[in-house]
Design a protein around this ligand. Structure first.
Ligand code: FAD
Length: 286
């Protein structure tokens, strides 16, 4: 099934993201966690590619496993460190294995990497190549608070426009913790004529390590309401988990209530977090 058909459907969609293991010995536990999340029968699930410490090695295998479990998978694919030949062989493999959905990404530029002789510079180049290859539903990433390399929001939106013209059918957002930021961003997209569906990416912050990471990479404005939770419960794992799930749930309900039809939860291979969120909104997405 193509994810664009799910997102454009009448029913609100709720999907989850998982990431491959860092090391081979962790594959089994990642597959188990993924299977547990799949039991929730989400609208679809995405599998990252070399992000957040995971490798790119198992993205396809995990996506195929999800498909076998009856859940529509998206395989992420990044291009910055790839050659055209690498991408062609990856697309051939994905097609042969029956994967129909790709999230086309540039990927972060590795520190110290020479930019000379790169075969890809932007996600839009990969997007166009996948479109020309044919047969895939293509999504892309977007950043309600601008991509860190963008000089300003106009330039960022301009690059999204190019991405969409290159074949990107929908955009999934970077995490954000204040829904007004997303609503403002969507207005800017609308003004610029970028009219593909937007899937809101929501991160339930459930432990101190995540908080540290978010603060270190953060372009994200962290609202006082969120920071107070972290101050109060950051040292109490069980309380932080409960508070983080409640915060994410509130964000999600507000998004659906304001007409957004698709929410993607960065569930970080945590079946219990995915389940708690789904339970909290079961009637809303029924
Ligand atoms: P691009 O869309 O190419 O944008 C990168 C920068 O270039 C932006 O500043 C943009 O404004 C600018 N730009 C784009 N096109 C042009 C142009 N034509 N001219 C001038 N400037 C331009 N990373 C992974 O490694 N693996 C993953 O699985 C992964 N999954 C992600 C999922 C989501 C939903 C999101 C939001 C991010 C994900 N990332 C992942 C991180 C992503 O790879 C990084 O944020 C990366 O730095 C940018 O990737 P992109 O695809 O957004 O790049």
């Amino acid at each position: 099934m193509k994810v664009i058909d799910v997102i454009k459907g009448e029913k609100p969609s709720l999907s989850f993201e998982v990431f491959p293991p860092k090391t081979d010995d962790k594959l089994e536990s990642v597959l188990e966690a993924t299977a547990e999340i799949a039991k929730l029968k989400p609208s679809y699930m995405s599998v990252t590619y070399g992000a957040g410490g995971g490798t790119s090695k198992y993205t396809t295998d995990i996506a195929v496993n999800l498909k076998n479990l009856g859940v529509t998978p998206i395989a992420h694919l990044s291009c910055i460190s790839s050659t055209k030949a690498d991408i062609k062989s990856k697309l051939t493999e994905l097609k042969e294995k029956g994967i129909e959905n790709i999230l086309a990404l540039r990927g972060d530029i590795p520190q110290g990497m020479s930019l000379d002789h790169l075969e890809y510079h932007y996600a839009s180049e990969l997007t166009k190549e996948i479109r020309d290859f044919g047969g895939f539903c293509i999504g892309g990433a977007c950043y309600p608070e601008n991509h860190p390399e963008s000089p300003n929001s106009a330039a960022d939106i301009e690059s999204l426009k190019i991405k969409v013209e290159s074949g990107c059918e929908y955009l999934t957002t970077q995490m954000f913790f204040d829904n007004n930021i997303l609503y403002n961003f969507m207005y800017r997209l609308y003004r610029a004529g970028v009219n593909v569906p937007v899937v809101a990416g929501i991160m339930p912050v459930t432990n101190p390590a995540q908080i540290k990471r978010i603060c270190s990479i953060s372009q994200q404005a962290l609202p006082q309401r969120f920071l107070r939770l972290v101050d109060r419960y950051g040292d109490n794992p069980k309380a932080m988990k409960q508070a983080g799930i409640a915060y994410a749930t509130e964000q999600i309900i507000d998004l659906y209530a304001n007409g957004l039809n698709a929410v993607h939860v960065y569930s970080m291979n945590k079946p219990d977090v995915a389940e708690a969120i789904q339970k909290n909104i079961s009637e809303i997405i029924a």
